[in-house]
Design a binder for this molecule. Structure first.
Ligand SMILES: [Mn+2]
Length: 165
């Protein structure tokens, strides 16, 4: 599978200037529902990048997933590893409290990492892509799409962009 993607799909993406970005296994546990999960650590992503060996290979940096794995340390490691070379496709700006196997979804600013430090780090490594909300805490009375909770995340991200400009 990896060989086919590297030989058949990535060259076409390269020709057309498209990045293919992969999301980490969330939550980052070895097995879920009897299915092995392989993209669940910084080392796994380093291996995937080496196998791909292509400028068209990228990752969706889900901050929530890496916060689940190892809190702020894992989040910063991912930015340091994949940011400078331009392999971050886009960022899921989300956080949790705690790490696997026990964690809770939370609002930005209430989780494992300092959102300002993370935004500053993204800027420091030269990241120029977009940041977006991901899944968000459930609020009583919110819409099925969770507009209220998503609005909190978007407002928070806007403030982070202003604060770190
Ligand atoms: Mn995500």
């Amino acid at each position: 599978m990896a060989q086919r993607v590297r030989k058949a799909v990535l060259p076409v993406a390269e020709q057309h200037g498209v990045m293919l970005a992969v999301h980490p296994s969330d939550p980052p546990v070895p097995m879920l529902g009897g299915i092995a999960r392989i993209l669940r650590s910084p080392d796994a992503f380093r291996r995937a990048m080496a196998l791909a060996d292509s400028p068209a290979w990228g990752l969706i940096l889900c901050l929530g997933t890496f916060s689940e794995l190892g809190g702020a340390t894992s989040v910063m490691e991912m930015i340091d590893t994949f940011g400078p070379a331009g392999n971050i496709g886009y960022v899921h700006f989300r956080d949790v409290q705690g790490t696997v196997p026990r964690f809770n979804e939370c609002f930005l600013g209430d989780g494992n990492y300092d959102p300002i430090a993370v935004m500053e780090k993204l800027r420091a490594v030269g990241y120029k892509g977009f940041v977006m909300e991901d899944h968000v805490p459930i609020l009583a009375g919110d819409s099925p799409f969770q507009d209220r909770s998503r609005s909190h995340a978007m407002g928070y991200m806007q403030a982070l962009l202003r604060a770190t400009a």
